[in-house]
Design a protein around this ligand. Structure first.
Ligand SMILES: C[S@@+](CC[C@H](N)C(=O)[O-])C[C@H]1O[C@@H](n2cnc3c(N)ncnc32)[C@H](O)[C@@H]1O
Length: 199
């Protein structure tokens, strides 16, 4: 079988053709609950592979002032630039680009079906990049699939054992357990993670 290149062209063609089966059409409930408990609305937050950016839209609604979203696909980023124009430069930065080339320092990075979209060979680089983008007391939170999809294309799943072995090179694993409030089709198949970069 031909190797699939999960690059800008690949993702943009999915967006152009509305092949976005992953799209929940709303903020993922475990992430919503986490955001609801954050008191400091001025922390720097990054959402990579943001897609339609429901998580960011919810943060903006809550009044967060320093949100950055990045996606590699120009089509969805174009939509976001129009939709969220009123927030840009005030509460929000929108970046069209490759997460692995992004620079910045964040208090919080949010994982929502981005890790599973990447070629498995990039997982180690993902972990290192996440660490480099976080402040020393920052945190990576969000959801990872706890299921093997067994397909040669995204989403690529995994399990807790694999993720612990991968992340504990660079992060303290404060929490990694089955999310109890996932959307119905994903219930029981997602791990909620809270990871802190090792000093
Ligand atoms: C499975 S979708 C998830 C979108 C969104 N997080 C959601 O849950 O609806 C993965 C997203 O990551 C983007 N993406 C893939 N590789 C990327 C990269 N290297 N840098 C930034 N975005 C990327 C894709 O364009 C796509 O929008």
């Amino acid at each position: 079988m031909m190797e699939m290149s999960l690059d800008k062209l690949f993702w943009d063609s999915l967006w152009k053709n509305n092949l976005t089966a992953w799209d929940l059409k709303k903020v993922s409930p475990p992430i919503k609950d986490y955001f609801d408990k954050i008191e400091n609305k001025d922390i720097a937050i990054l959402i990579p592979g943001c897609g339609n950016a429901y998580e960011a839209k919810y943060l903006l609604e809550l009044g967060f002032t320093n949100v950055t979203i990045i996606d590699i696909a120009p089509t969805v980023v174009g939509t976001l630039l129009n939709e969220l124009d009123a927030y840009i430069g005030k509460q929000l930065s929108v970046v069209c680009g490759d997460f692995f080339k992004h620079s910045g320092q964040y208090d919080l990075i949010v994982e929502q079906t981005f890790f599973c979209a990447l070629d498995k060979q990039l997982r180690k680089m993902y972990v290192q990049k996440m660490k480099s983008l976080l402040k020393t007391d920052g945190q990576l939170v969000g959801l990872l699939f706890d299921i093997d999809f067994g397909k040669p294309h995204p989403p690529f799943g995994g399990n807790k054992e694999e993720y612990v072995a991968l992340f504990n090179q660079e992060f303290a694993i404060n929490y990694m357990e089955t999310a109890t409030n996932s959307v119905k089709p994903r219930l029981g198949n997602e791990l909620w993670i809270e990871l802190n970069p090792l000093k």
